[in-house]
Design a protein around this ligand. Structure first.
Ligand code: ATP
Ligand code: MG
Length: 285
């Protein structure tokens, strides 16, 4: 029986979240701090722990069948692998930033300037699209301190909230790309491995579909049911069960969590009582 090999980040932002997606898929992974490889005891998959920059290469060379990396790392690597699924984690953007007290009037600011980045390929193709010629200085870490040292006019780096930029006296001026973590695979998986991948993708879909979704139960007088169903757009076809109390029913449905918070007051006004919102672990569609 063959086993899949999946490469995930050894240490860093994607390590925990990659492991938790696999665990939510029901895959047991032994906790072995510092190990290079871990074998699942209940699904034929081995987990390789690597630096994220190396993952596209390992998948391309078929040392690993699958991998989890940021789209930014995948595109930067220019390796030919398949992008199998967006995972909705590690959402961030690659942006250009400059010192916050320097006036900025558009992309031409960067013409003939030096930009420091760990993503030279992504930056170069962005600058080409914008018809800007600039000097790219490749730096592997702590890019945000470079403008302060006078080594570059600006940087191109990962941003999520913007607080790291801000605390280094920088402001974000252009969006280069949006990124999130993706599942990648070597091209042409065959035989048992292809079947195992289908099983894994099925489980990942079930886990991702349930994200942000809640199961809602509430009680309402029968004559208010229509109004309540209209308030919650996600409640297309709720289950309606009679309560022991005459003239009352219980409504059950799946809704987006955001929707719930937006509509809670309206629901109460419309006559909903005893509202329960419970988590959903998996959802098969
Ligand atoms: P490694 O040591 O494995 O090379 P790294 O330092 O390159 O790690 P991390 O900082 O751990 O990488 O980030 C991993 C990925 O997470 C990035 O490539 C990016 O896709 C995403 N990421 C980085 N910073 C953030 C952030 N602030 N918010 C959300 N996602 C982020
Ligand atoms: Mg890296």
């Amino acid at each position: 029986m063959s086993r899949l090999k999946i490469a995930i980040q050894k240490k860093g932002r994607l390590n925990e979240s990659s492991l938790s997606i696999l665990r939510e898929c029901g895959i047991e992974i032994p906790n072995g701090a510092g190990k290079l490889i871990a074998e699942s005891s209940n699904f034929p998959i081995d987990i390789l722990f690597l630096r994220d920059d190396d993952i596209p290469q390992y998948v391309h060379q078929k040392v690993a069948d699958l991998g989890i990396v940021g789209e930014n790392v995948l595109i930067e690597s220019r390796k030919k692998v398949s992008m199998l699924k967006k995972l909705g984690i590690a959402k961030c953007r690659l942006s250009l930033a400059i010192p916050k007290d320097i006036p900025y009037e558009g992309i031409r600011f960067f013409q003939d300037k030096t930009i420091a980045t760990s993503y030279p390929q992504l930056l170069q193709s962005y600058l080409d699209r914008q018809a800007i010629r600039a000097q790219i200085e490749e730096i592997s870490g702590s890019v945000e301190i470079v403008p302060g040292l006078g080594l570059a006019a600006g940087i191109c780096d990962i941003v999520s909230s913007g607080s790291t930029l801000f605390s280094n006296g920088l402001k974000e001026v252009e969006l280069v790309m949006k990124s999130e973590a993706v599942l990648i695979g070597s091209e042409h998986l065959e035989g048992e491995k292809a079947l195992l991948l289908q099983q894994l993708l099925f489980r990942i879909d079930a886990v991702l579909s349930s994200k942000g979704k809640k199961y809602i139960l509430l009680n309402a007088p029968n004559d208010k049911i229509d109004a309540i169903v209209r308030i919650l757009p996600g409640m297309k076809s709720p289950t309606i069960l009679p309560l022991a109390a005459k003239g009352w029913s219980s409504l059950h449905s799946v809704i987006d969590e955001d929707q719930f918070w937006e509509h809670i007051d309206e629901l109460k006004k419309a006559g909903a009582e005893g509202i329960l919102v419970v988590p959903i672990e998996k959802m098969i569609q």
